[in-house]
Design a protein around this ligand. Structure first.
Ligand SMILES: Cc1cc2nc3c(=O)[nH]c(=O)nc-3n(C[C@H](O)[C@H](O)[C@H](O)COP(=O)(O)OP(=O)(O)OC[C@H]3O[C@@H](n4cnc5c(N)ncnc54)[C@H](O)[C@@H]3O)c2cc1C
Length: 432
């Protein structure tokens, strides 16, 4: 019986476990490890709380966790509680699916001022990530800005603009809902360095902005190239641009505005001890399609600045790491050590993009140690013995279900599901 450890219980980790199970057909034990007692990675902590239909993909992962050859081992941080080389002693192969949890830095003066937050922090705050429960983003000013031209920027702008009523049926955490309900923000400016033809925003997410209860999207018609130019765009992007063109015709009659400021490159964040404005340089596209500064600058007021310009992985001791991800060749890092998902490719792609990664790596593992070949590794037994010696208390899948049932059971009628936002609360639910 082969023994495999998948580190990380986000989409990439679950797809890999599913693929290994299929490849080995009952002749392997697969342990999915995570630093938290709650699984699913960014499905729980990243995907927007008002996108419940997307979060439902976790039901598919539940089936994997419930299958006979797979176990979930939570509350274990690789690189802190146990090293990768120790894991390799216990398992035939170790697959890192640790994602890319850190915000890329803006690299401009003023980015460390209070009021400037990364999207991982802001999204984590409203999704109940324990590391960001105390973020307390400043919502007392009338203006906020989101830097970035992708779906995460849209998520942040939409969450800042919704009414309490619009969060019904979501699983936004209570502390964020209360704070957003009291928010004074009336204008959210989305800053993109390039133009409408270069956005990485998808039609579904853009379309939602046209139907908000209290907010309306605003765009300068002059930012668009001639309409004929849209024909050369690939269909998805063309749809997005059509939606953006539609926004340019809307009248700003609602209380809040989401302003798209294109060709706008942030060069500094300024304020008296806290963020008050972003200094922005007007750009134009050069021949290669890159944004080039024109030298013209102006200020965009913002007492909350959310930078949504991308993510980076965390290095783990003794694992080669470069450019925000683990160094790998088609997922292979070294003998018996692999990476999948955002830890392998960097922070791009949707949930489904992680599936082929998992299957490709499972194929490689199965080719190097064919199903049926013997193993003398101790697997979870050895791992748990070592963790016990170190005073680390792992949790399992039943523990997660208990946490989930407690969270669901606490929901008040008409309110979002109460998610616990502290590791202590999760562990207390389990009597630890
Ligand atoms: C804000 C946001 C919104 C998104 N919205 C959508 C969307 O609407 N639709 C869509 O298709 N995609 C969306 N995505 C993309 C999607 O979430 C990713 O493609 C996917 O989550 C990447 O999967 P992953 O398994 O590589 O990483 P993750 O989901 O980040 O999972 C990594 C896991 O590894 C664990 N881990 C990390 N380090 C360690 C360690 N040292 N020891 C143990 N465990 C560890 C983490 O706790 C986590 O559970 C969104 C992404 C973000 C950031």
């Amino acid at each position: 019986m082969r023994q495999f450890a998948v580190v990380g219980s986000g989409p990439a980790g679950f797809y890999t476990a599913e693929a290994l199970e299929k490849a080995y057909g009952g002749q392997a034990r697969i342990d999915i490890l995570d630093r938290f007692p709650v699984p699913y990675g960014l499905i729980r902590f990243g995907v927007a709380p008002d996108h419940q239909s997307l979060k439902a993909v976790a039901k598919r992962y539940d089936k994997v966790a419930e299958s006979a050859g797979v176990d979930f081992i939570g509350n274990v941080t690789i690189g802190r509680d146990i090293s990768v080389s120790e894991l390799l002693d216990f398992y035939d192969a170790v697959i890192l699916a640790t994602g890319a949890p850190h915000d890329r830095k803006l690299g401009i003066p003023g980015e460390d001022l209070p009021g400037v937050v990364g999207s991982a922090e802001f999204v984590g705050w409203y999704n109940g990530h324990p590391d960001f429960a105390d973020l307390d983003p400043p919502l007392g000013g009338t203006h906020a800005a989101v830097i970035g031209a992708g779906n995460v920027a849209l998520d942040c702008a939409r969450i800042l603009s919704k009414t309490r009523h619009e969060f019904e049926g979501s699983d936004i955490v209570g502390h964020a809902l209360e704070a957003l309900d009291q928010s004074a923000i009336r204008t959210v400016t989305i800053l993109g360095r390039r133009g409408p033809h270069q956005v990485a925003m998808t039609p579904k997410e853009l379309g939602e902005l046209g139907h908000l209860e209290a907010a309306v999207p605003v765009i300068e018609p002059a930012d668009f190239p001639p309409q004929e130019a849209d024909e050369a765009l690939e269909p998805g992007l063309r749809k997005s641009v059509t939606l953006l063109r539609g926004f340019a015709d809307l009248e700003a009659t609602k209380a809040k505005r989401i302003v798209f400021d294109f060709f706008a490159k942030p060069v500094a964040i300024e304020g008296d001890g806290k963020a008050e404005r972003i200094v922005v340089e007007r750009t134009m596209l050069d021949e290669s399609g890159a944004a080039r500064g024109t030298g013209e600058t102006y200020a965009v007021p913002a007492s909350l600045v959310v930078s949504a310009i991308g993510y980076a992985s965390s290095p783990i001791a003794d694992v080669p790491f470069e450019g925000g991800k683990f160094v790998n060749d088609r997922g292979r890092i070294a003998e018996r050590l692999y990476a999948v998902g955002w830890a392998r490719r960097g922070p791009t792609g949707t949930i489904g993009t992680n599936r082929p990664d998992g299957y490709e790596v499972a194929d490689q593992v199965a080719a190097s140690m064919p199903p049926g070949s013997p193993s003398d590794r101790a697997g979870a037994e050895g791992l748990k013995r070592l963790l016990d010696q170190r005073g680390v208390m792992p949790t399992d899948y039943d523990d997660w279900r208990k946490i989930e049932q407690t969270e669901t059971g606490q929901a008040r009628p008409g309110s979002p599901r109460e998610k616990f936002v502290r590791v202590e609360d999760w562990l207390r639910t389990l009597g630890r």
